[in-house]
Every structure is written in C-alpha cells, then in structure tokens.
Design a protein around this ligand. Structure first.
Ligand code: AMP
Ligand code: ZN
Length: 117
C-alpha cells in the first residue's frame, strides 16, 4: 500500500523510533505514547486489520505475539503490560495496517470489564 503510513515506516520512507526488525515484522515507539512504554508491533506485509488475517499470516502473527513480551521486558516493562489490537472503526482503529499496541502502565487504560460492585 503506497499511501499507508505504517508501510512507509516499513520502507523507511518516514522516520520512526524502531526498536526491532526482522523479515516478518517491525516494532517502533508510538508517536503519541499513552504510557512511559508504548510501542507498536506490525507485520511488514500490509494487512488492514485483524479482521483480514487468514491462514497464510499465521507465522507472522505468531512472531508478532511472541515478540511482545521480549520487547516489553527490553523496554522496561516490569511485572507485565497491556496488549491492544484495535480492529476496524468499531474497534477504534485509526491506522489501517494491523498493529499490536504494547503499553506499560495499566493505570492509563480503563479496566476491560466494569463491575458494578
Ligand atoms: P489505532 O487507534 O489502534 O489505529 O492506533 C494507531 C496508533 O498509531 C496511535 O497510537 C498513534 O499514535 C500511532 N501512530 C500514528 N502514526 C504514527 C507514526 N508515524 N509513528 C508512530 N506511531 C504512529
Ligand atoms: Zn500498510
């Protein structure tokens, strides 16, 4: 996708603070971090969202998920982190190239389930 901002980061056409790269994926700091550690892991191939994945993407998806804890530890996440994949407009996705958010602090995000008591 020539006009996709994350494809442009993959092709090094626009700058990003890249923390990891291999043949499958690339990880870089979020430009508008929600917490002291907030980076994104994306596939190098253009996949619009999690909604569009198919069996051919399984290896790449596995690499991305396996990278999350390794990079989180390297970046200084202590005792855990949040992972978020926003999917589609309904899911709050703004950049339509699949990405996993890795976020250090739980305090900046609402709880997933609000209990009434
Ligand atoms: P989402 O709402 O899940 O699509 O999140 C997109 C994320 O991409 C947001 O957290 C943005 O701050 C981040 N973002 C957008 N453009 C860039 C960029 N050029 N470099 C790094 N992060 C970006
Ligand atoms: Zn793309």
């Amino acid at each position: 996708m020539s006009d996709c901002i994350f494809c442009k980061i993959v092709r090094k056409e626009i700058p990003a603070k890249i923390i990891y790269e291999d043949q499958y994926c690339i990880a870089f700091h979020d430009i508008n971090p929600a917490a002291p550690v907030h980076f994104l892991i994306i596939p190098k191939v253009h996949i619009v969202s999690l909604y569009e994945v198919d069996d051919a993407h399984q290896l790449t998806l596995g690499k991305m998920l396996g990278l999350a804890p390794k990079l989180a530890k390297q970046q200084g996440c202590e005792n855990g982190f949040r992972t978020i994949i926003n999917t589609g407009e309904v899911g709050g996705q703004e950049v339509f190239h699949l990405h996993i958010h890795v976020i250090s602090s739980n305090n900046v995000l609402p709880a997933m389930i609000h209990r009434s008591q």
